[in-house]
Design a protein around this ligand. Structure first.
Ligand code: MLT
Length: 265
């Protein structure tokens, strides 16, 4: 991986292939490696940039709160540092999608299109935000294990968990290695993220919405509503798949992404 200092944080990132730029933004509390299959599939025809967000993977950690806007500003700063001046397709999963909304708000001129994977447009309810902050305290005291135990059963479809235990284990390892301060900062940022439902109808760029049929975190019903609200969105539902669609169904997700990318002007 390469590194680049952006907005005071050292960001690690993969930069593979050549062509029109595609940026892949991971979920919480993960790193760029969740996109390995897509990096391989897309870098045949595109320049694929897949960062570890600050506080995750090999990137530097910030204390306090890292807002979704800060992550979006980091991505814009990384693109500037890499001299990527042409518009990009930004693809985010779950928390990566929360970052993608803020990138659209603040850096919309840099967007050719959006890919929203298994994500949400609502903000946290007060109860959900309070639960996140409680979990932050536990993670800072005990490390990532309690968060991992809470999240793991909701990440994959039951059949994936049963048939691909090695996939589940490798994701667990990534989560357990994450710096508790990085987890805390991003969780605080998610707890205060703005709602985006009311702005979806203003998104003018083409969008691809991908959801696993059995996603327990960002449900298919919720994502269908997101796709209906964005004027130029196409929805792809992946049958029998959970929240981690790019990992659970790499071939289908990469094919949907390639089809979307190939159709862009
Ligand atoms: C994720 O997968 O990024 C998280 O589940 C998002 C969240 O906790 O809201």
């Amino acid at each position: 991986m390469k590194t680049q200092t952006v907005n005071g944080a050292e960001l690690a990132y993969v930069d593979a292939g050549a062509g029109r730029p595609v940026v892949l933004v991971h979920g919480f509390p993960l790193d760029h490696s969740m996109w390995n299959a897509q990096i391989e599939a897309l870098s045949e025809d595109y320049r694929v940039i897949a960062p570890d967000l600050r506080g995750f993977g090999r990137s530097g950690v910030s204390d306090g709160t890292v807002t979704m806007q800060q992550f979006a500003d980091d991505l814009a700063g990384l693109l500037s540092a890499l001299q990527v001046d042409e518009p990009v397709v930004l693809c985010g999963l779950s928390m990566g999608g929360y970052v993608a909304w803020q990138f659209w708000r603040q850096h919309g001129r840099r967007l050719r299109g959006l890919i929203l994977c298994d994500t949400r447009a609502v903000s946290d309810t007060p109860e959900a935000a309070a639960a996140r902050r409680e979990m932050v305290q536990r993670v800072l005291r005990e490390g990532p294990a309690p968060l991992v135990a809470q999240m793991m059963p909701r990440l994959f479809a039951p059949s994936t968990a049963q048939d691909q235990p090695e996939l589940v284990e490798s994701l667990r390892r990534v989560m357990l290695k994450t710096d508790p301060r990085g987890i805390a900062a991003a969780a605080r940022g998610m707890a205060e993220r703005p709602e985006m439902v009311s702005q979806l109808n203003q998104i003018e760029c083409p969008a691809l919405v991908i959801v696993g049929e059995l996603d327990a975190i960002s449900t298919a019903e919720e994502m269908r509503a997101i796709a209906r609200a964005i004027p130029h969105a196409r929805l792809v539902e992946i049958a029998g798949c959970g929240h981690m669609s790019p990992l659970e169904r790499p071939t289908e997700v990469s094919a949907a992404m390639r089809e979307f990318l190939g159709g862009l002007a």
